[in-house]
Design a protein around this ligand. Structure first.
Ligand code: AMP
Length: 419
């Protein structure tokens, strides 16, 4: 399917072309026409599938024909669970609305409320918000919902798991009931379906093929290491993986080139993609990797967005991404097509902040495994306030007959982490 078959305006199609999108992703092909028809939808799709464009693009088209801007009013609301996602969705709106007059804004907690109140004063067409801050703004009359015709719940399952159920039901009581509602969730759990039943009207249900639902099958872990030993550690890990193909992420074009040089010297076949390479070179290098001519693909985030490489067994974060959400995009490149995948991050002490942001976003500590001979001299501190990783449950040993009364200190099952 092509973008011009979906019913989108020329302005949006141009914005997609400028972003380098060649064809719609499956979630876009299925969702966009339904949203343009004014239908409610419930979509099972996770980060990395192109889901953001699947709601932002048709919303922009629907609003451009109907929405008028009035003070403190909003026409469309996108509710998201985290500040990181809010920023990312707002950036996508900016990218896709480049040829439109529509005004958008983003609000989230943890920062001053006054600038957000100022932004909302003139009214905005699309507002991206986390639930708590939006309620605060509403209570202070900084945002009004009388003109609202479109509502999106993005990552509804995370919204529930992060404990926003109460805020969401408060909000849903205030929002106009005559509206179009779109719900996106990585999983359509019973809890999400119960929520959907309350807020959607005759929704079309869209579920992507299992190959798109990847993250659960990815074994992610991190190896603490001193910064200057990362290349040596990568080589040691690759030797253990005996010829497995891997996608290696770095943060800068220069780092990609330097690493490529070092790994080539060590005898690996390398393809590189980054923003300085022309589209033709990127495609050629990607093709070399896909056809198995190169064992390793080294890339930066910009160049690696939207890559669809099936059968990729291993992703390595040589550098941790600066934006926590990119971690999810990166590791989503493995574990596709019902295969299991592995994502290894090489983490040095100066990556601490990035690691903490990622673990806060995931709401889980990433499992640490030191590699023998590469234990760091400078340790990487553990992120505070994040739940421990889930440990695989060990099979229970047969119980020994008890000699005395149970001692409570012995009743802890080592397979269960306190949560
Ligand atoms: P999302 O699932 O919305 O977080 O998007 C994942 C990534 O895919 C983002 O970096 C988008 O820029 C990119 N993307 C979205 N739609 C397309 C497309 N049709 N072709 C290529 N990349 C896309």
């Amino acid at each position: 399917m092509k973008f011009d078959e979906l019913g989108l305006s020329a302005g949006i199609q141009q914005a997609f072309a400028d972003a380098g999108y060649l064809t719609p992703t499956p979630v876009q092909s299925k969702t966009i026409p339904l949203v343009l028809q004014g239908k409610d939808v419930m979509v099972a799709a996770q980060t990395g599938t192109g889901k953001t464009a699947s709601f932002v693009a048709p919303m922009l088209d629907l609003l451009s024909t109907s929405a008028r801007r009035r003070s403190n009013q909003i026409n469309a609301l996108i509710l998201v669970p985290t500040r990181e996602l809010a920023i990312q969705v707002h950036q996508s709106i900016r990218d896709y609305a480049i040829n439109s007059e529509l005004r958008s804004a983003v609000v989230y907690g943890g920062v001053k409320i006054n600038p957000q109140m100022m932004t909302l004063r003139g009214g905005v067409h699309l507002l991206v918000a986390t639930p708590g801050r939006l309620l605060d703004l509403h209570q202070q009359n900084a945002v009004k919902f009388d003109q609202l015709s479109l509502l999106v719940l993005d990552e509804a399952d995370r919204m529930l798991s992060l404990g926003f159920a109460h805020e969401m039901s408060q909000l849903l009581r205030i929002l106009p009931s005559k509206r179009q509602t779109l719900l996106f969730s990585a999983t359509l759990s019973t809890q999400v379906k119960t929520l959907a039943a309350q807020i959607l009207k005759n929704p079309a249900e869209i579920t992507l093929s299992p190959e798109r639902i990847a993250a659960v099958k990815i074994d992610q872990w991190l190896a603490p290491v001193d910064k200057k030993r990362k290349t040596a550690l990568l080589l040691a890990l690759l030797a253990k993986k005996s010829g497995k193909q891997a996608l290696v992420f770095v943060n800068t074009k220069n780092a990609a080139d330097v690493l490529a040089k070092n790994l080539t010297k060590a005898g690996h076949s390398i393809a590189v993609i980054h923003g300085d390479k022309s589209q033709a070179v990127r495609l050629r290098n990607l093709n070399e990797f896909k056809t198995g001519k190169s064992q390793l693909l080294i890339g930066t985030d910009v160049a690696s967005r939207g890559l669809d490489i099936s059968n990729l067994p291993l992703v390595v974060n040589f550098d941790l991404p600066k934006v926590a959400e990119d971690y999810v995009h990166r590791i989503g490149r493995t574990g596709r097509a019902s295969k299991t995948g592995e994502a290894i991050s090489l983490v040095s002490a100066d990556d601490y902040e990035k690691l903490r942001n990622i673990e806060q976003l995931l709401q889980e500590l990433i499992r640490r495994e030191s590699v023998a001979g590469f234990e760091p001299i400078t340790t990487v501190p553990e992120s505070q306030g994040v739940p421990s990783p889930r440990k695989p449950k060990k099979p229970k040993k047969p119980k020994k007959p008890k000699k005395s009364a149970t001692n409570p200190s012995n009743t802890h099952n080592p397979g269960e982490s306190p949560r």
